[in-house]
Design a protein around this ligand. Structure first.
Ligand code: NAI
Ligand code: MG
Length: 382
């Protein structure tokens, strides 16, 4: 079997983003050397808030386009208290997601062995919570349309607008992706989240297009609709009634933090920013931020970073795939990479089950101990 080399660009960013990216590259290196059927070549780019303060920009001119030559992007977290958060978000993450057509953000949630959910029902039966949140990642509330007049804020008559944009093409493609995701899972069940009772334009279009796309999946996927406020209640009270969830950019952002907390900690939650057409590289990152409150202390939980790394390997396994009828690319598998992703997930589960956990999960271990334990476990699982 020919050995395939993938080039990965790492953008550690700020705070614990740096610690967990280091940990993830260590684990990925161990994984590829253990399997021996694929190689990962890492380049690291320092687009951080420290650099922004010194030179006035995160990514240099043409920086985001320069990422196109890589097979995948591994991202830590960006944001630091001395730079307004909307600058780090709008100069770094959002341009990458939109320029590289990463319109689907996929956020799986489940309870790992040896960890505990705050939901009493899930303490007795952790399998009750097993979700994938599909977040629309290119428009909606994060379209950046709006303005402030006068631009010098804080005048008595200042007006600011923040306009959500919903396009037919944007809605259609995320719903199709979500239905395909639901179809690929055993329960074949999709819940659409909306707020069309109060937001009567964009969200009404969102709903209408959902039902249009849903017709293509009638009889194959069971689907329903929830208002976002009621959805938070259902996630807490009836976690077993949910499987795949599709929501707007903002709603899914909020619901996935709730999902992470319900599964035990935000520190374990992964995310994949996918360009389902595979024209451009996709980006993998834990959902948490730079956590300035614990940065530099060696206590950040690296599991969200490892799980994101596993999702990256799984995505790269489909690198040679061909488009299906929906324009989505199905993987054909490159050199045992699906097995490698499964191996990494099993290694993570074995480590949490043994009680090697960071403080956010109720353990006493540091980032390094968890990382070393996962590396050791990879060797055993393989
Ligand atoms: P955060 O996710 O950084 O932290 C929230 C809380 O969770 C903190 O108490 C933190 O200690 C804890 N936490 C987060 N990740 C953890 C981990 N791996 N292990 C253990 N504990 C963990 O969110 P916050 O505080 O709202 O934002 C901090 C900065 O990060 C801000 O500048 C924000 O804009 C940025 N941010 C960046 C994101 C990204 O790069 N994609 C996403 C979210 C926030
Ligand atoms: Mg978020």
């Amino acid at each position: 079997m020919s050995k395939r080399t993938f080039s990965i660009v790492c953008i550690p960013g700020d705070g614990i983003g740096v610690d967990i990216t280091d940990a993830a590259t260590q684990v990925l290196t161990k994984l590829s050397s253990t399997f021996g059927t694929f190689t990962l070549k890492f380049d690291t780019i320092d687009w951080s808030s420290k650099n922004y303060k010194q030179r006035g920009y995160y990514a240099p001119e043409g920086g985001v386009n320069s990422l196109k030559k890589y097979d995948a992007i591994y991202f830590g977290a960006v944001g630091w208290p001395d730079v307004p958060d909307h600058i780090s978000l709008w100069q770094m993450i959002l341009p990458i997601r939109t320029t590289l057509n990463q319109y689907a953000n996929v956020r799986p949630t489940k309870i790992l062995p040896g960890t505990s959910s705050p939901l009493s029902a899930c303490v007795a039966d952790p399998s009750l919570l097993d979700w994938v949140i599909v977040r629309e990642n290119s428009e909606g509330e994060y379209s950046g349309h709006g303005g402030t007049t006068p631009s010098t804020a804080h005048a008595a008559h200042t007006v600011a607008t923040e306009v959500s944009i919903f396009t037919k093409v944007g809605c259609e493609r995320i719903f199709r992706f979500a239905f395909e995701t639901a179809l690929s899972r055993p329960r074949k069940k999709l819940t659409m989240v909306t707020k069309s009772n109060a937001q009567r334009h964009g969200m009404v279009l969102w709903d209408a297009i959902f039902y249009e796309v849903a017709r293509e999946y009638d009889g194959r996927v069971e689907y329903d609709k929830m208002l976002v406020d009621a959805m938070t209640v259902r996630m807490v009270n009836r976690p077993e009634s949910l499987d795949t969830i599709v929501a707007t950019n903002l709603h899914a952002d909020i619901l996935s933090d709730l999902a992470a907390a319900l599964s035990g900690s935000i520190g374990i939650a992964p995310s994949s920013n996918l360009d389902p057409t595979r024209q451009f590289p996709s980006m993998f990152e834990p959902i948490h931020g730079s956590a300035p409150d614990i940065a530099g202390q060696g206590i950040a939980n690296p599991i969200g970073a490892f799980w994101s790394a596993a999702e990256m390997i799984r995505w790269l396994a489909g690198a040679d795939g061909a488009s299906n009828d929906e324009g989505l690319v199905e993987g054909t598998g490159v050199g045992h990479m699906v097995e490698a992703a499964d191996c990494l997930m099993q290694a993570i589960a074995n480590v949490t089950e043994k009680g090697v956990k960071t403080r956010d999960l109720g353990g006493k271990s540091g980032t390094k101990e968890v990382t070393d334990a996962v590396c050791e476990e990879i060797g055993k699982v393989y």
